[in-house]
Design a protein around this ligand. Structure first.
Ligand code: FAD
Length: 460
């Protein structure tokens, strides 16, 4: 079909099964790629205009990479799929789902899209464990906007410290707390330490940035608890070598503008004065999980994820599939009993592909397949030249290693999975430059014009 013939495209589209896909993250994009090759009419809706490679978001939050290096406009990434003439991309937020009427609502009723098949891939958001008031003082890291916010706070904290006289106020500006020692928290802490100890020391006159404290606060007994204990201990050693203070079994009970309060392992309440606090502790499913539950009666798990059938459909609604971080899915067909699927990008991509395949099977009147997660392992980087790896390598089996070798492996994997040749080149050259110079490329912070921001409803 010709690209220059939109009218015939539209009339042809009216005869095809209508598929709506919500979210163009790791899961959604995989589903689009497969379905665009089939005789279906797809509408992809995302509330942002870009696809984001979240595993490198902490690099934007710590000024190591600029935003376009780890993201790309959806229309551009999917330009060859759009050439096929059956894909429409809409910028908008899905705010409600009407399963009985088979439609989704955009932007609180501005528009309604009807579907015959729906794939919901809206991902996850932060959870403050019932303390949403902490969000104002301790931003989490999920979107580019979050990364810009954290970058601003980190860089401006050093500027504020330069203007304060020697004393507790200056030290509070130079204290950075990261709550949660999962991969994101560990990565953030590692980069903050690098900024303080290597990037900034020659650039300030009144303060010595090397006196900054980076404190990683973890509620559980060890860091990177998803890894085997031995690797977690290696990670702890590497964090301490970087000068990071690690508090384990420290449960945060309060966060405010001046810092945080936590209860240590003995039950004693302690205070940490820190002007910059980053939240990397809790994940909750997208609110669309609740919307689906209200509309279909499906059950949610504790994190608000939709408990799906083995083939990723919503119980009682084979026409709706939920994939990625929003799905509480089990992996079937492995050696043992069905096992929970982790919230990681390979799992999201695999679910997107399974959902697309099952949709096509349904259209052909065939039986759907249960989801099987191929687990290739876990990686976490801790700072420059330092990482831990617990990976499945064909022929060699399970390999567990740490240090420089793990870091090089981590680097290769992340470059490989980035979308777009240009992004790979930009990231590689920025990292190579930073490795030798300790410079961080993206330290320019735009000032906010408060009047314009207010007039634009906070959007400027
Ligand atoms: C900081 C960070 C670091 C991470 N590091 C790693 C890592 O190193 N390795 C790894 O494997 N995984 C990592 N993850 C997890 C991984 O990114 C997720 O598992 C993966 O992104 C899930 O894919 P998804 O498609 O379900 O959701 P997402 O990729 O989050 O995509 C969801 C999409 O839906 C859109 N959307 C959401 N709500 C709506 C709505 N109502 N209407 C329209 N559009 C909507 C969003 O804009 C987004 O584009 C990390 C996550 C974060 C946040």
């Amino acid at each position: 079909m010709s690209r220059t013939d939109p009218v015939s495209q539209e009339s042809r589209g009216a005869q095809r099964p209508r598929v709506v896909i919500v979210g163009c993250g790791f899961a959604g994009i995989e589903a689009v790629r497969i379905l665009s090759k089939a005789d279906v009419e797809i509408t992809l809706v995302d509330r942002t205009n870009h696809h984001l490679f979240q595993p490198l978001l902490y690099q934007v939050a710590t000024a190591g990479l600029s935003a376009p290096a780890i993201s790309g406009p959806i229309r551009h990434i999917l330009r060859s799929e759009m050439q096929r003439g059956n894909l429409t991309v809409l910028l908008g937020e899905v705010t409600a789902i009407d399963a009985a009427g088979r439609s989704v609502e955009l932007d609180h009723g501005a528009e309604r899209l009807s579907y015959e098949h729906l794939i919901v891939a809206a991902g996850a958001t932060h959870s403050y464990f019932g303390h949403d008031e902490w969000a104002a003082h301790a931003p989490g890291l999920k979107t580019l906007a979050d990364a810009f916010d954290i970058r601003r706070r980190v860089l401006l904290a050093f500027e504020r410290a330069e203007r304060k006289p020697e004393g507790p106020h200056r030290q509070a500006c130079l204290t950075f707390a990261v709550v949660g020692a999962g991969p994101t928290g560990v990565e953030m802490a590692g980069m903050m330490a690098e900024i303080a100890h290597h990037t900034l020391p020659d650039e300030f006159r009144r303060i010595d940035s090397r006196r900054a404290r980076v404190v990683l606060v973890e509620g559980g007994p060890r860091v990177l608890s998803a890894f085997p204990e031995k690797l977690s201990t290696r990670a702890l050693e590497q964090l301490r070598t970087l000068g990071i203070e690690v508090l384990t079994s420290a449960k945060v009970t309060e966060i405010d503008a001046e810092g945080l309060t936590y209860q240590d392992g003995d039950g004693t309440s302690r205070r940490l004065e820190a002007k910059t606090v980053v939240w990397a502790a809790g994940v909750a499913a997208s609110p669309l999980g609740r919307a689906l539950s209200q509309s279909t009666g499906c059950s949610l798990d504790r994190a608000g994820r939709v408990i799906v059938e083995p083939d990723l459909s919503v119980p009682g609604h084979p026409e709706i599939q939920v994939v990625g971080d929003l799905a509480a899915a089990l992996s079937h067909g492995g050696k043992g009993p069905p096992a929970p699927v982790p919230g990681v990008s390979p799992a999201a991509k695999q679910m997107g592909r399974t959902a697309a395949g099952n949709l096509l099977r349904r259209l052909q009147g065939e039986k759907t397949e249960s989801f099987h997660y191929a687990d290739y392992g876990n990686l976490a980087t801790i700072g420059r030249s330092s990482a831990i790896a617990d990976v499945e390598v064909p022929v060699l089996g399970r390999l567990r290693f740490s240090g420089m070798a793990a870091w090089l492996f981590w680097l290769f994997v992340h470059i490989y999975f980035l979308i777009g040749f240009r992004n790979r080149m930009v990231v590689l050259s920025d990292w190579a430059w930073a490795y030798f110079s300790f410079e961080r490329q993206a330290r320019v912070v735009a000032e906010v014009d408060k009047r314009r921001a207010a007039a634009a409803g906070g959007d400027a």
